[in-house]
Design a protein around this ligand. Structure first.
Ligand code: NAD
Length: 476
């Protein structure tokens, strides 16, 4: 059974229910995750609240010194963390290494706290009166990540929170809990005091206990759209600040002037990287005008040749999906797409017969926004191809979606690129890139139903989220 971390103690909660953790490449059970309840959550929050009294007053240079040590230890453990990710998530080792690297970049950013946490000051705002703005931590913060980036997404959250003087309770995904557990070991090894980071394993019950706990001040959530809405509404109703990042239905617009040599590999990466289990995955490719003519043949040919298999085997490009039931749900979308009139260009369902939770790259053509595959998040290696007569029509198709996480365009025209940038309703927008992922020093979030809150994740938004401002007015 995987343990919670409460203060300095690794504690196996006394729970009636637990869930298996799988190696999705084999279907083998590799661990058991406890479904912690209200009492376990309360113990972790109390440990965080006790640590807050000292940690919030610890000098910023001391907090940063520990953060630098954490960063150095993470660098030493890239391979170890990548192997853990691949083992229980399934993505390829290269994808896992990339995930760890992107997570470490947030720790790099957190090491800039002495600059990032500065306030500002204005003397003589009125005769003999000065005003000064100071930043303070908010208290105990909680983080609730999804399954698909078990190391990177926790690192979006707790390093910035703790470097700002907060203490933290992390509730990892019950499907991929091992990455966070290893991060916590490394965090303690770096020398952070007990209670600064606590881990509670579990699912909805543990989340709901955090959302209503009177001693939790801020909630960072990343996951599916319906749960993001629930988290936002519940936590806000209990007086907490909330950032809740939800699901995606990302469109890739391909103009007739796009260079196929760039576009084809980019679409394969966008749609099938991480087995499509990425909130920045391209889900619908909209071919504008004649763009489909030169695109579909090479795209289908290359997708059919992608190597599917266990993520720790050399040469594998597409790993398994997270669970058998999720794989079956994704395959169900393919059946539904065909039933609703889409044509099947590449069928990856042949991979379902092997052990593990596999589904190969699949491409459906002539998809419309009325079809389930054209409007709902699938979260698997299924690319829908839609057609549009013009860029205006392609942008309108993307903007019809209730979700607005990412959108990207492939074109050689600055005019088309600019129109797309100005008009597409997506918080993360790409031009000739497969995955428009903001770096750690920029804010990360979608628009519309993909996000509830106002301050995005990481970048200076992260600092704003994890601090509260006090203005002092002085006359001597
Ligand atoms: P999920 O919503 O099922 O789970 C996310 C977290 O919420 C988990 O920790 C889980 O334990 C908890 N949870 C699940 N159901 C709950 C409920 N009913 N009440 C309270 N808590 C609950 O998401 P997932 O399947 O783990 O992750 C995939 C989803 O996350 C996709 O929709 C994907 O687009 C999204 N995602 C979004 C981003 C982004 O930046 N916007 C990034 C990664 C993933």
């Amino acid at each position: 059974m995987i343990s919670n971390l409460v203060g300095s103690e690794w504690r196996t909660p006394d729970v009636e229910r637990s869930l298996p953790v799988y190696n999705p490449a084999t279907g083998e059970v590799i661990g058991q995750v406890p479904l912690s309840g209200t009492k376990d959550v309360d113990a972790a929050v109390q440990a965080a609240a006790a640590a807050y009294r000292t940690w919030s007053r610890t000098a910023v240079m001391e907090r940063v010194r520990l953060m630098f040590r954490f960063k150095a230890l993470l660098e030493d453990n890239v391979e170890d963390l990548a192997a853990i990710i691949t083992r229980h998530h399934g993505k390829t080792l290269d994808e896992s290494r990339g995930e760890v690297r992107r997570g470490i970049e947030v720790v790099d950013f957190a090491c800039g706290a002495p600059t990032l946490l500065q306030g500002r000051t204005m003397r003589d705002v009125s005769a003999g009166v000065d005003q000064d703005l100071y930043r303070y931590p908010v208290g105990v913060c909680a983080g609730i990540p999804p399954f698909n980036f078990p190391v990177m997404i926790p690192l979006w959250m707790f390093p910035l929170a703790v470097v700002a003087g907060n203490t933290f309770v992390l509730k990892p995904s019950e499907r991929t809990p091992l990455g966070a557990a290893r991060l916590a070991e490394i965090f303690l090894e770096a020398g952070f005091p007990e209670g600064v980071l606590n881990i509670v394993h579990g699912a909805a019950e543990a989340v709901d206990a955090l959302l209503v706990h009177p001693d939790v001040q801020a909630i960072s959530f990343v996951g599916s759209a319906p749960v993001a809405r629930h988290v936002y509404q519940t936590a806000a109703a209990h007086g907490k600040r909330v950032q809740a990042l939800g699901g995606a239905k990302n469109h890739i617009v391909v103009m007739p002037d796009a260079d196929p040599e760039i576009t084809v590999p980019a679409i394969l990466n966008s749609a099938f990287g991480n087995a499509g289990e990425r909130c920045l995955a391209g889900s619908v490719a909209v071919a504008v005008g004649q763009a489909a003519d030169g695109l579909l043949g090479p795209l289908a040919g290359a997708a059919a040749k992608m190597v599917v298999g266990p993520g720790d085997q050399a040469g594998v490009q597409v790993g398994p999906l997270i669970r058998a039931d999720h794989r079956d749900r994704v395959a169900g979308y393919v059946d539904r797409g065909v039933a609703e009139g889409a044509s099947l260009l590449v069928d990856g369902r042949g991979q379902m017969s092997r052990p593990g939770f596999f589904l190969g790259p699949t491409i459906l053509d002539h998809v419309t926004p009325d079809m389930a595959v054209g409007r709902e998040e699938i979260f698997g290696p299924v690319l829908s191809v839609a057609r549009a007569h013009s860029l205006d029509e392609a942008i309108a198709q993307a903007n019809r979606m209730s979700l607005g996480n990412m959108a990207t365009i492939f074109t050689q025209s600055g005019r088309s690129a600019r129109q797309f940038r100005e008009q597409v309703e997506a918080g993360m927008t790409g031009i000739n890139v497969p995955i428009a992922q903001p770096f750690a020093f920029f804010p990360f979030s979608g628009w519309k139903g993909s996000f509830y809150g106002d301050l995005h994740v990481h970048g200076t938004d992260g600092i704003e989220f994890y601090t509260r401002k006090k203005v002092v007015v002085t006359r001597w």
